[in-house]
Design a protein around this ligand. Structure first.
Ligand code: ATP
Length: 244
């Protein structure tokens, strides 16, 4: 049974059909890339997965549950996490407090009132900061981070709720080559406990990090398979040549 299955997803905006029966299947601990030319429907499909948009037609199943009509918070409780949406960095706060807030969102009010979680949360905050190479900046304001470091903090915050699936929409946008390389390294250990669906324009990055790819073109799935299968696919080569 796949972790996530989106079937027959269509999304119509007025006269424009942004998605036309798109499908996506993601397994446990799989990194799945969503690629395709500009305007092919990648972000719209991500939003339908995350619950930010309700598809006009189609069904999203997550851990054996039909989540098509779930709100984003309900999807988060079911184990989905979306960078940018559920969590957002608060620039005046320290990195430590940003992660603490993301973790506290999981605790009950009673636990928080009696500070029952403080010791345990301290360890978790530091573990996440270490994992994302931010521990030496723990007590600096998030506003002082580089663009790349701020993206890593957001990913760490999105992982604080221990999701089974992380949705990343262009996580390396605006990053330097070196920051992109490090992002790939930082995401690898996540595979031990979480799957990722990732939309990216950087094809080298996505090829290096993903197990499988789905290619969208004009709102339809053109191909889906392993990275090797997609690289060898004639139709995929053609749409990228057409774009060049
Ligand atoms: N809220 C909206 N209202 C109307 N049209 C929209 C809306 N969101 C997206 N679209 C249109 O739907 C189509 C698909 O857009 P989408 O952003 O999903 O593509 P994309 O593959 O993510 O593109 P890009 O690579 O440029 O980010 C585009 O024609 C876009 O203009």
């Amino acid at each position: 049974m796949p972790l996530l299955e989106a079937a027959g997803i269509s999304k119509v905006f007025g006269k424009l059909t942004a998605l036309d029966g798109a499908a996506l299947t993601v397994g446990e601990r799989e990194f799945h890339g969503l690629i395709g030319p500009n305007g092919s429907g990648k972000s719209t499909l991500m939003k339908c997965l995350a619950g930010a948009l309700v598809p006009t037609r189609g069904k999203v199943t997550f851990i054996n549950t039909d989540v098509t009509s779930f709100t984003p918070p309900e999807r988060a409780r079911a184990g989905m996490s979306l960078k940018f949406q559920i969590t957002a960095v608060l620039p005046p706060l320290t990195l430590y407090d940003n992660i603490l807030l993301a973790l506290q969102a999981q605790s009950s009010l009673l636990d928080l009132a009696f500070s029952r979680t403080r010791g345990r949360l301290h360890e978790e905050v530091m573990t996440l900061l270490l994992q994302f190479r931010l521990a030496d900046r723990a007590f600096d304001a998030a506003a002082t981070l580089s663009h790349g470091q701020q993206q890593w903090l957001e990913i760490a915050m999105a992982l604080a709720c221990r999701p089974r699936l992380l949705l990343l929409d262009e996580p390396t946008g605006g990053m330097s080559l070196e920051e992109r390389r490090v992002t790939g390294e930082l995401l690898q250990p996540v595979k031990q406990h979480c799957s990722i669906v990732i939309v990216e324009h950087d094809l080298d990055f996505i090829r290096d990090i993903c197990d499988r790819l789905t290619v969208l073109d004009q709102g339809k799935v053109l191909a889906s398979g392993t990275v090797a299968e997609i690289q060898a696919n004639r139709s995929v080569q053609e749409i990228y040549l057409r774009r060049a």
